[in-house]
Every structure is written in C-alpha cells, then in structure tokens.
Design a protein around this ligand. Structure first.
Ligand SMILES: Nc1ncnc2c1ncn2[C@@H]1O[C@H](COP(=O)(O)OP(=O)(O)OP(=O)(O)O)[C@@H](O)[C@H]1O
Ligand SMILES: Nc1ccn([C@H]2C[C@H](O)[C@@H](COP(=O)(O)O)O2)c(=O)n1
Ligand SMILES: [Mg+2]
Length: 223
C-alpha cells in the first residue's frame, strides 16, 4: 500500500509505454533496466564535501545535488518556504525533511543521470527515513569526509562566499547539530557496511585519491 500511495514520480509515464521490463528496481528511480548509483556525501561544515564533489563530477560524470545549494536556491526564489529556510540556516539547524526531500526528488525526477552525488544529506535520521520513504531508495555508498573541528572552522571562516551561516556563532551551532544529528546517521551506514571514511586533511588532490580508490572499488570508471 505504501507503494500505491506514492506520487506519480514513482512511475514515469514514458516507461509505461515501453515493453522493456526494468531488471533492477530502486524505488521509482529505475530507468529502462538500470537503477542509478547513489552516493550520499557527508561530513561536518567545511570538511570539503562540495570541493570533492566538484572533482568527482569532473572525473566521473556524476550529477551533483547539494541539499544546501538547493535550499539556498529556494531562499533566492522567494517561494513559500524562503523565510523559514533562511531562519533555520542562520540558526545552523536542519530544515524539515519534507521540504528538502521534495527539492531533491524534483531534481532526481527531471534527470536521466545514472549516478547521483547527494551532498550534505541526510543530515539527520529524520532526513534519512524521509528519503527512503519518498524516493524509495537507499544509497549504494556513503562517503564521509572526516575532518577535525579546528580545521573545519578555519576553512569555513576563510570561505568568502557570502554565506549567511559562515560566521563563528553559526559555525558553533552547526558543529553541535552535526554531532547530535548527523553522527547517528553516519553510524547507521557504518553498521550497514556502506560507509567509506575519508581523511579530509591534506591537499584537495590527496583527498581525492582516497575518493578514487572507493569509486574504483565500486567499478565506477572515469569519464
Ligand atoms: N583539502 C582542503 N584544504 C584546504 N581547504 C580546503 C580543502 N578542501 C576544501 N577547502 C576549502 O574549505 C572551504 C570549505 O570547503 P567546502 O565548501 O567544499 O566544504 P563543505 O563540506 O561543502 O562545507 P559546507 O557543509 O559548509 O557546505 C572552501 O573554501 C574550500 O575551498
Ligand atoms: N539536509 C540538509 C542540508 C542542509 N541544510 C541546511 C542547514 C545547513 O547548515 C545549511 C547549509 O548546508 P551545506 O551547504 O553546509 O550542506 O543548509 C538542511 O537543513 N538539511
Ligand atoms: Mg558544501
């Protein structure tokens, strides 16, 4: 019954006109016989998730969905939830999963990509469960960029991208929220054998070499 209650995205119209039967199903995200490869990308604020995602996109052709970027885009659109999202981000808290998952869902549904990097998500157990229910999928792998707090604070304060949350007060709050809400998610995937911990200290290229090793082990090839 939970499948029947899912919205139309679970079954793309054009797929109903093809005689091809999907051989592998991942929730509603099956694309003519193939399910996309999903990697969640986790780590504290400023650990280098976005930087490494850019390298993965360049080298492996993943589609990069940053939950934070989607929320910032929503703020800029002056939509129904703009003020609410802005206030939550300023406070370093987590936006209700319903909002964030909907934004991710929209991007995934309008893409034919077979490789998704979902950056900065899930930030909480609530996020994780909402994704599983709405998208009907689990990640294949979870990359966790493990970085000492001191280094994360230094990086965020030097970022200079005009983000409303890149100030010492909000960073302290974000670090608390990371420990309280994100670490349980990281532990969850560790227990499931899906977690790959990357030492996020070093040059961008040194860190990317560790990422390469994980992707190679999953038979993902460059290009
Ligand atoms: N290995 C590195 N060494 C030094 N600085 C780095 C490294 N990787 C990224 N940075 C810099 O640190 C800052 C934060 O990086 P990035 O935006 O990728 O982090 P993030 O994990 O996406 O953070 P957030 O969760 O706040 O979005 C950026 O200014 C980036 O250029
Ligand atoms: N799953 C998410 C991701 C992000 N947010 C909010 C709260 C974060 O502090 C902010 C910035 O995210 P980032 O760019 O650092 O990944 O966006 C959220 O509520 N839920
Ligand atoms: Mg980021």
């Amino acid at each position: 019954s939970s499948t029947l209650n899912q919205p139309a995205h679970k079954f793309r119209i054009w797929e109903s006109f093809t005689t091809e039967i999907p051989t592998q199903e991942k929730g509603g995200l099956f694309i003519k016989g193939k399910a996309p490869f999903i990697s969640f990308v986790l780590g504290g604020p400023g650990s280098g998730k976005g930087t490494q995602c850019e390298k993965i996109v360049e080298n492996y052709g993943f589609t990069h969905l940053s939950a934070g970027d989607l929320l910032r885009r929503e703020i800029a659109s002056n939509g129904e939830y703009s003020t609410m999202i802005l206030n939550i981000i300023k406070e370093g808290k987590i936006v209700p999963s319903e909002v964030t998952v909907k934004l991710i869902q929209k991007e995934m549904d309008s893409s034919d990509s077979l490789k998704f990097l979902i950056d900065g998500f899930p930030r909480s157990e609530e996020n994780r469960i909402a994704f599983e229910h709405v998208i009907g999928a689990e990640p294949d792998i979870v990359l966790f960029f493990d970085c000492p707090e001191e280094e994360m604070v230094k990086r965020v304060l030097n970022r200079n991208q005009g983000r409303v949350d890149d100030n010492i007060d909000t960073i302290k709050k974000r670090l608390k929220v990371f420990k309280a809400l994100n670490l349980p998610v990281i532990n969850y995937y560790s227990k499931k054998g899906k977690l790959y911990t990357i030492n996020a200290v070093g040059t961008v290229d040194e860190i990317f070499e560790q990422v390469r090793a994980v992707l190679a082990a999953h038979e993902l090839v460059t290009g």
